[in-house]
Unconditional design. Structure first.
Ligand code: ARG
Length: 279
């Protein structure tokens, strides 16, 4: 929650003119998304001082369902009225059309994001009308393997560096991130840490992506990491945590969607029979 508040504070105050980032000094290595790209990206809002402030990202996975991180909503599981969803927007807060929630479902095993299961489903009160600019992202099959050679991108309105907020007009940003092999990622997190190498820091239900100066950051949490499979995009991860942003030996950690896709499908398509294809 602390990281969420940090993002929001500058939006509340009388903002000092912010110098736009130089070309090259980008959002932990990214750039602005084009209008209409990433049509599944949503902004999760919570009310602070009368304003619906961006606290996390999320993705539209069904006309009635948003996938986000559990740590984005953990403090108020039952109170859906504390949150709203803004569907794909180019600049945050520009002509907001907020959609209320009906239900918040936090993964039952979730305890703390560093322990995995950092996932929540948000049901919208009314299904959204899909358009050219508002689309769902496909979830992978359980058997889908995301490999380091795939093209993967993460998107959001989060910080552009550790502790540095995205300046107005808060245009959605994107960055292409390399996926890391799980074991390699665990090794990286042990560099300069006191944890014994026999103790896993990165568990099997997490996915790592990024490299120095190429990462997601605070405020991107809950947002989608998508990879190109054939010629369609599939959601491989949900932004979960990291130590700082874009630091050496500290790649971004994502909740691995394939580990939870059965759990998700139970809610979003309860009537479809189990997938007959085995792989
Ligand atoms: N926990 C952060 C949030 O609430 C996300 C951090 C992601 N960090 C990273 N280095 N990829 O927004």
């Amino acid at each position: 929650m602390i990281c969420l508040l940090l993002l929001t504070l500058p939006l509340l105050g009388n903002s000092v003119p912010v110098i736009q980032g130089k070309k090259g000094a980008k959002i932990v290595g990214g750039n602005e998304a084009k209008e209409g790209e990433w049509p599944w990206q949503v902004s999760l809002r919570a009310k602070f001082g009368g304003y619906w402030i961006h606290i996390c990202g999320g993705s539209l996975i069904h006309p009635s369902w948003i996938l986000t991180a559990a740590h984005c909503v953990e403090s108020a599981q039952m109170d859906t009225s504390r949150y709203m969803i803004q569907l794909r927007q180019q600049n945050l807060y520009e002509d907001d059309e907020l959609v209320p929630l009906e239900k918040i479902i936090i993964h039952p095993e979730y305890d703390h994001y560093m322990a995995g299961s950092d996932l929540a489903l948000l049901k919208l009160q009314c299904p959204v009308q899909l358009t050219n600019t508002i689309q769902t992202i496909t979830l992978p099959e359980v058997s889908q393997i995301f490999t380091p050679d795939m093209e993967c991108w993460v998107t959001g309105w989060g910080n552009i560096k550790t502790g540095v907020h995205l300046p107005p007009p808060y245009t959605l940003r994107q960055v292409q991130v390399p996926l890391l092999d799980a074991q390699k990622c665990d090794e990286e997190y042990h560099v300069g840490a006191y944890t014994s190498s026999s103790v896993k820091i990165i568990t099997d239900d997490m996915l790592c992506a990024g490299k120095p100066n190429v990462d997601s950051c605070q405020g991107d949490s809950g947002g989608p990491l998508v990879c190109k499979v054939g010629d369609s995009w599939k959601q491989a991860g949900v932004v979960s945590w990291g130590l700082g942003c874009g630091l050496p030996h500290r790649p971004g950690i994502y909740t691995r969607v394939t580990s939870y896709v059965d759990w998700i499908n139970k809610y979003i398509s309860p009537c479809s029979s189990a997938n007959p294809a085995r792989g």
